[in-house]
Design a protein around this ligand. Structure first.
Ligand code: ZN
Ligand code: MN
Length: 502
């Protein structure tokens, strides 16, 4: 690492669950409705209203927690395990009840991990790393304050549609040590939760939100731990992966500089944890306030909801619906098809439907996954980007794609690209597309005859080659190519090799 300090990052991620209704009432859980149109006495916190837990939200959370390798609702000495709800008390205009129903001392899941693949340089491959998960718990979301941004000091309004929508909060250990690792962790969470249909994880719409806890360790051989640690800063509500990376980089450097100015007092333990906002336009963090301690929230058990017991049967039922998870899938793609971790990573990051497409193509190619993966990245991925399509909408289905690959296997790459573009744009079959592009067909026996003729016509090159000058062969290949413009170079080389070897 180039910096004279080690960055230490823990992430708190909130994801909105894909339920039809809110966590404790029947109001729709839907983004983009007119302000304050999806509310009822329960989510408005009216006196006398009572919450009822949303079973679907609980099931989705169980699925996510299992995928994050968490232990479910079991604490030492408590069997069967159960989980309960707590009130987290605070006053805020977008929180009409003045408390949030959350989970404090008995979260429904804890102590898991997520394996991520960090890739500072894709050419060098990926480095797997385990990031510990402290806990994943369920809670309700607050509403939204909408501030006047005209700069003319207008009013602030509150939209309570979001109040009471289900959130899964996932808290990691401070196991990440670079912005790249933090982003890789978020990408993996997003992939996992999208694949499991737990959340759509749209950062733009706020269905995935991230707070980053950051400090730095500065090596000091004479200190008891061998380093000095700066106070924690929690950067709130980062709303893009890019912002996460920039904010962490900025904040770590800022803390290091602060420490240089005041190495005695600017230390963890001497100063309280603070929260900061990230100003994306100015490219800097802005410290907001000292963080409340848990005691400030006056957590106490929610008296209106019963504890939830999670049975083994319930867990097994949820497990049965999970399917293959990305990390296991990457391992299988490597062992079954001989793909590199890089290729497996690229495929699995595009989701299960892409992997299914790939596997069908590979099957049609007699299990040649390497060719299938390479051609998907040469041809299909760029086409999907250009056409703004998902793989399930792509007009060339796996069997047709495999047929295309077989018919164009010997073409130079540029020709294959041209033929593919015509197949895609005009819906022609591959032979018609080849004609349209003007690809001449070269049958192997004609090319072999040309190779034999070229060898006969270049006795000096043949003598040089046999005398140990490998490059002399290229003169013969060039002779064949000159008389057969557009012939596949790799085939010509192979034929010349074979004929020279005789
Ligand atoms: Zn409601
Ligand atoms: Mn939370």
């Amino acid at each position: 690492m180039a910096e004279p300090y080690k960055i230490v990052i823990g992430l708190e991620v909130h994801v909105q669950l894909l339920t039809k209704t809110k966590l404790f009432c029947g109001c729709p859980n839907k983004f983009g409705l007119p302000p304050n149109s999806a509310v009822c006495p329960v989510c408005l916190g009216m006196p006398g209203s009572l919450p009822v837990m949303n079973r679907k939200a609980f099931e989705l959370s169980l699925k996510a927690a299992l995928a994050l390798n968490c232990s479910i609702a079991s604490h030492p000495g408590e069997k069967p395990g159960y989980t309960k709800w707590d009130r987290k008390n605070y006053y805020y205009p977008d929180l009409p009840k003045n408390y949030q129903i959350s989970q404090y001392e008995l979260p429904f899941s804890h102590d898991g991990f997520l394996e991520i693949n960090v890739h500072p340089d894709p050419k060098k491959g990926y480095t797997p790393k385990k990031v510990g998960i402290i806990r994943a718990h369920l809670e309700e979301d607050a509403g939204k304050n909408i501030h006047d941004e005209s700069g003319r000091g207008g009013d602030t309004r509150v939209d309570l549609n979001r109040t009471g929508t289900p959130l899964l909060e996932i808290v990691s250990h401070p196991d990440m040590n670079s912005p790249e690792e933090a982003i890789a962790y978020l990408e993996e969470i997003r992939l996992l939760l999208r694949e499991l249909a737990v959340s759509d994880c749209e950062m733009q719409e706020g269905s995935l939100r991230c707070d980053a806890n950051v400090n730095v360790h500065i090596p000091k051989p004479d200190e008891p731990k061998g380093y000095a640690a700066t106070p924690l800063v929690e950067i709130k509500n980062l709303n893009s992966f890019r912002a996460v990376g920039r904010a962490i980089t900025y904040e770590a450097k800022r803390q290091y500089e602060q420490f240089q100015k005041d190495p005695v007092n600017y230390r963890i333990g001497k100063l309280l944890k603070t929260t900061a906002g990230w100003d994306d336009a100015k490219g800097r963090t802005e410290v907001q306030r000292h963080k409340e301690e848990a005691a400030d929230y006056r957590y106490f058990p929610e008296p209106d909801l019963v504890p939830v017991i999670v049975s083994k049967e319930q867990l097994d039922a949820v497990k049965a619906t999970m399917g293959e998870l990305p990390q296991a899938q990457r391992q299988r793609l490597q062992s079954q098809y001989g793909l590199s971790l890089y290729d497996a990573e690229v495929l699995s990051s595009k989701g299960r439907k892409m992997v299914a497409y790939f596997e069908e193509v590979a099957k049609e190619l007699a299990g040649d996954g390497k060719t299938a993966a390479n051609r998907l990245s040469d041809l299909v991925f760029p086409a999907l980007t250009e056409r703004h399509e998902e793989i399930e909408e792509f007009p060339i289905r796996p069997a047709a794609f495999a047929t295309f690959l077989k018919a164009t296997g010997s073409l130079p790459k540029m020709d294959r690209l041209s033929v593919f573009a015509v197949v895609l744009e005009k819906g022609l079959d591959v032979e018609a597309a080849k004609k349209e592009v003007g690809i001449k067909e070269f049958d192997e026996s004609a090319l072999r005859a040309a190779a034999i003729a070229a060898i006969a016509a270049n006795p000096k090159a043949v003598a040089d080659f046999k005398g140990g000058k490998d490059s002399a062969k290229m003169a013969i290949v060039g002779h064949v190519m000159k008389n057969n413009k557009g012939a596949p170079n790799d085939v010509v080389r192979k034929l010349v090799d074979e004929e020279l070897g005789k």
